[in-house]
Design a protein around this ligand. Structure first.
Ligand SMILES: [Zn+2]
Length: 255
């Protein structure tokens, strides 16, 4: 049972209990409001924190290993080629969770991902700001559209999906289930999209890094391309090895 279902059961019991107590004059009416407010707050936090596995079970990290995985979201983007050059020079295989409309606009990058041995994951088709307000069937359409695009370009149909913004809800859960895909989150969020300096970003990642980590980065960010060589070299000096996220998590990459 997902935490969402457990929280729903607890909420109904708590609300009924408080209702009975209120009707018997034991507690004040605002206890009902407090219970509803706490419940709604938990639902929102469960949507934001993909690592809670609140609505969807996602894969976030491995244990008992010095292996780590690099994952890049939102490409093909402006710095994808530069990042691919670094990965090739350092002999690292990474994962790219692609936005389908960008994949169809830049087919050569998608083919290079595949030919260079990187994993291609699905990150929706439009990655619109309102993705999480869509119906599950509209979300499923986006997932299928991106899978079809990748399949046409590479012959491989992705099985790993990363929800846009890392936000999940009951509709995302249903779309993932119907698509037959596995949801992949992360254990180390670099916040590279908000980085103020290359040094700060590099040090933050290196200081937080633990064996088994899945690192979230973006190939749309110049600072990410800038620090990548040093990140790989320094992580290796600390004894970490780089593996592709599907191998790290023991998941099947393609159908
Ligand atoms: Zn994204």
């Amino acid at each position: 049972m997902r935490p969402f279902a457990i929280v729903n059961i607890i909420f109904v019991i708590a609300l009924l209990g408080a209702d009975v107590l209120y009707l018997n004059g034991v507690v004040a009416w605002w206890w009902l409001l407090i219970i509803i407010a706490v419940y709604l707050h938990i639902l929102v936090l469960g949507a934001i924190f993909i690592r809670w596995n609140f609505y969807v079970r996602s894969h976030h990290r491995a244990t008992d290993t010095r292996a780590i995985a690099l994952t890049f979201d939102d490409g093909p983007a402006e710095y994808t080629s530069a990042i691919l050059d670094v990965l090739k020079a350092q002999n690292v295989h990474a994962a790219f969770f692609t936005i389908g409309k960008r994949a169809s606009a830049q087919p050569a990058i998608v083919q290079r991902w595949h030919n260079d041995g990187h994993l291609i994951g699905n990150h929706s088709y439009h990655h619109g700001f309102h993705f999480d307000w869509k119906s599950s069937s509209a979300m499923l359409d986006e997932i299928n559209q991106t899978n079809n695009t990748v399949k046409q370009l590479t012959g491989a149909t992705p099985l790993l999906f990363r929800p846009p913004y890392g936000v999940t809800n009951p509709n995302v859960a249903k779309a993932v289930r119907l698509s037959g895909m596995q949801s992949v989150g992360w254990s180390l969020r670099s916040f590279d999209t908000k980085a103020t300096s290359a040094d700060a970003l590099l040090n933050k990642i290196l200081n937080k890094l633990k064996g088994g980590d899945v690192i979230l980065l973006h190939d749309s960010m110049p600072v990410t391309a800038e620090i990548l060589t040093e990140l790989i070299v320094k992580a290796r000096e600390k004894g970490f090895t780089f593996v592709r996220v599907d191998k790290l998590l023991g998941l099947q990459a393609y159908a």
